[in-house]
Design a protein around this ligand. Structure first.
Ligand SMILES: NC(=O)C1=CN([C@@H]2O[C@H](COP(=O)(O)OP(=O)(O)OC[C@H]3O[C@@H](n4cnc5c(N)ncnc54)[C@H](O)[C@@H]3O)[C@@H](O)[C@H]2O)[C@@H](O)CC1
Ligand SMILES: [K+]
Length: 499
């Protein structure tokens, strides 16, 4: 499991390191040295390294890196930006040490000064790090645009200047780096879009700063790695299909069958013992053909009976509701019955959430372990928050909503966010654009229900691991095909690697 910290948590970690007695210049020396090491490892042409320094400690890292390069025999050129009166103490100290080294230092005060970057063979971006707190304007923004047109490797120190550490949002303009050397741990902005595109390759370097124990839980994000799959229980060699639990999929509708197929098949591939699909009678023949392994319980729109659904719910250990369910009158009756009577761990997806958004009187804290799996559009309707706002503040909105609603959120986006009420928040980085295809969400819902069947008492683990597995399936499928040509049904073939 990796951990990402937001800007405030990084500052707290820095301060605690200094309180433990590690002086700031020591931390800065390690930070700068690790940047130089990563650059040298890649054998870039170092005949003309150019370093852009801002006024804060990120600039101090840049100045220290320039000094280390000059001590190694290179001839760096250092471009200083911003008002010298605003230099941080560490920046002043680093400039003082640099003054006795054979490095060319240029103070940039106008656009024309940017031409000093033209001969760069490697460019080190140390304008702003985690201390960025407003949009780039004036010469800072000009410098960023200028650098982004140069044809040389660009190495960002800690984070590409202009990228918001917590959200990945570009603040006016941002450096497009080929490599980012970041310190201590990942920052969300390096993995969220669009920041991740600006960061290029991300290397995390230890510099002797510990992750604080007493962090506000919203400041710390968890990131699933393959090794975390070990939390899933071993499969019982002597088990029967009952051992591996029964999932009821309340999915599909008179006009939609594919969602019922994809979610049921994904649950089966994840290791569920038995799947029953409760669906419209129109889907009987195609589902019998597509998923012969699943039991079917079909209803007629004209003669819908609550008792049949209640019996099926009673049969199940885990319930998945919503994929392709529709939002008509029968779908609403089905959802009401589910909400009124369910006590089993459940996953709510797609139309179950759309119906909730339309019939807000149905919303209440569930008294069963519940995961909801909305995409951004569904989340926007459910929370009555704009898509733009969600895109820019997904982590904070989702974690707050999980606290307020008492359900585990798996908010699907290019980087999915999983949050449990008053608990951990996960950021998923395993996906790619292959997952942005119709039916992909149904596969995810099925995997989530399948994992919930394995760890019914741990909905957070089920949600976080399913987002990870789904993302990995997208990556593996794209390796065999291409990101553009992967279809949702293709993802089913890769679930087995993780089951
Ligand atoms: N002990 C520490 O604190 C360490 C800090 N380190 C480096 O220090 C960085 C953080 O340093 P700081 O907190 O000084 O912050 P930054 O160096 O990121 O920048 C802050 C400075 O930029 C100004 N500023 C912010 N946004 C601006 C904008 N849009 N336009 C113009 N000026 C703007 C601020 O007023 C401040 O003067 C880290 O990212 C990392 O690179 C590393 O050396 C590791 C140790
Ligand atoms: K930077």
């Amino acid at each position: 499991m990796r951990v990402f910290l937001d800007a405030a948590a990084c500052k707290q970690a820095d301060e605690e390191a200094m309180q433990r007695g590690i002086p700031s210049p020591v931390l800065m020396e390690r930070a700068a040295y690790s940047v130089v090491e990563e650059i040298r490892k890649r054998e870039f042409d170092l005949s003309c390294p150019v370093v852009l320094c801002g006024t804060g400690n990120n600039g101090g890292d840049g100045a220290a890196a320039a000094r280390i390069l000059s001590e190694m025999g290179y001839r760096p050129r250092v471009l200083l930006f911003g008002d010298p009166e605003k230099y941080s103490d560490q920046m002043k100290l680093q400039l003082h040490i640099l003054s006795s080294c054979p490095a060319e230092v240029i103070r940039c005060s106008k656009e024309e000064d940017l031409k000093a970057c033209d001969s760069a063979t490697v460019l080190i971006d140390a304008l702003f790090g985690i201390g960025l707190h407003r949009d780039l304007t004036g010469l800072f923004a000009e410098a960023v645009r200028y650098v982004n047109h140069l044809d040389c490797p660009v190495i960002a120190v800690d984070i590409p200047s202009g990228v918001n550490t917590d959200t990945g949002v570009v603040c006016g303009a941002a450096i497009k780096a080929s490599l980012t050397v970041t310190f201590t741990c990942g920052k969300p902005g390096l993995f969220l879009f669009p920041g991740t595109v600006y960061a290029g390759e991300v290397v995390i370097r230890e510099i002797g700063i510990r992750i604080p124990e007493n962090l506000d839980r919203r400041r710390k994000l968890y990131n699933v790695e393959e090794s975390d799959l070990c939390v899933l229980p071993e499969r019982d060699e002597s088990g029967n299909k009952g051992t591996f639990r029964k999932v009821l999929c309340i999915t599909g509708s008179p006009d939609i069958c594919g969602a019922a197929f994809l979610s049921a098949k994904a649950a089966l591939r994840t290791g569920v013992g038995m799947v029953k699909i409760y669906t419209s009678e129109n889907n009987r023949i195609p589902l019998n053909t597509l998923v012969p392994e699943a039991l079917l319980s079909v209803y007629s729109e004209k003669q819908w009976e609550e008792d049949q659904l209640l019996r099926d719910m009673d049969w199940a250990d885990i319930i998945l509701v919503g994929c392709g369910l529709g939002t008509g009158k029968t779908a609403l009756k089905i959802l009401k019955t589910f909400l009124d009577h369910n006590h089993k761990p459940a996953v709510m997806d797609a139309d179950a959430l759309n119906l909730l958004a339309e019939h807000r009187e149905l919303m209440r804290q569930p008294d069963f372990p519940c995961i909801i799996t909305p995409h951004i559009g569904e989340l926007s309707r459910l929370l009555e928050v704009s898509v733009q706002d969600l895109k820019e503040n997904l982590i904070s909105i989702v974690s707050r909503s999980a606290d307020e609603s008492g359900v585990v959120f798996l908010a699907k986006d290019a980087r999915s966010v999983v949050a449990e009420p008053n608990g951990r928040v996960y950021l998923t980085t395993s996906g790619n654009s292959a997952l942005a295809t119709a039916g992909s969400g149904d596969v995810l819902a099925g995997i989530t229900a399948g994992l919930l069947a394995r760890v019914p008492e741990h909905p957070l683990a089920a949600a976080a691991l399913s987002a990870f597995i789904h993302g990995r399936c997208g990556t593996l499928a794209a390796e065999d095909r291409s990101e553009a040509s992967v279809n949702a049904a293709d993802l089913l073939d890769y679930i087995q690697r993780f089951s």
